[in-house]
Design a binder for this molecule. Structure first.
Ligand code: SF4
Length: 200
């Protein structure tokens, strides 16, 4: 079953790819049998921009349209741009939830392309130093990923009005240290509860 979008609270979440730049051991992808809030997010086929747009309906019905997962939408920046432009043109607000490794993944700065299209970006940083981050999330670029994510957050401020670093209350993770990293980077911080079925 291809669940492209699902409602949670006042927002509509988009599930456009299951590919990700991290391989977090706590990701629900490792136990797909547990549906996420009643939605089966395992995609048999990645949707096109037009598939996603049709699925959204009226974006004004929601507080935000959120690119979420399980996967990282910024694996596919062209789709994110096309859908975001349509959402903005039709009166909606766009948030992108990401692992913050897209610039490294694409080997170029993709943030300028999101200017005027994304209202907010939430960047997950589950770790307080390169070693801990690598152990907790198994990112594609190993321990280098930690500094890359903080750099991504700082650069995002130039192009996206609201930039938030988020941390999940994983057992043993000192989220107050992540909060300080966010503050030092000049971005907002939000803590997320550990539900044993976390989003990116
Ligand atoms: S939890 Fe999020 S960031 Fe981690 S592997 Fe899953 S989709 Fe990627």
């Amino acid at each position: 079953m291809n669940t492209i979008s699902y409602v949670f609270g006042n927002n509509l979440y988009l599930n456009i790819t299951n590919r990700c730049m991290m391989a977090c051991p706590y990701c629900i992808k490792h136990k797909w049998a547990n549906n996420f809030h009643g939605n089966d997010l395992k995609l048999q086929k990645e949707p096109s921009a037009q598939d996603i747009i049709k699925n959204i309906g009226d974006p004004k019905k929601y507080g935000e349209i959120i690119f979420c997962g399980y996967g990282d939408a910024l694996v596919k920046p062209n789709i994110v741009k096309e859908v975001s432009k349509w959402v903005k043109d039709n009166g909606g607000k766009v948030r992108i939830n990401t692992a913050g490794l897209a610039n490294r993944y694409h080997q170029k700065n993709i943030l300028p392309q999101l200017k005027g299209l994304a209202d907010a970006v939430s960047i997950s940083l589950n770790g307080t130093n390169p070693k801990e981050h690598n152990e907790l999330n198994r990112p594609a670029f190993g321990e280098e990923s930690f500094d890359e994510i903080i750099k991504f957050a700082k650069e995002a401020k130039e192009y996206i009005p609201q930039v938030v670093i988020t941390a999940v209350e994983l057992p043993g993770l000192d989220v107050s240290k992540v909060e300080k990293i966010a503050k030092d980077a000049g971005v907002e911080f939000r803590v997320r509860p550990y539900l044993d079925e976390n989003e990116n």
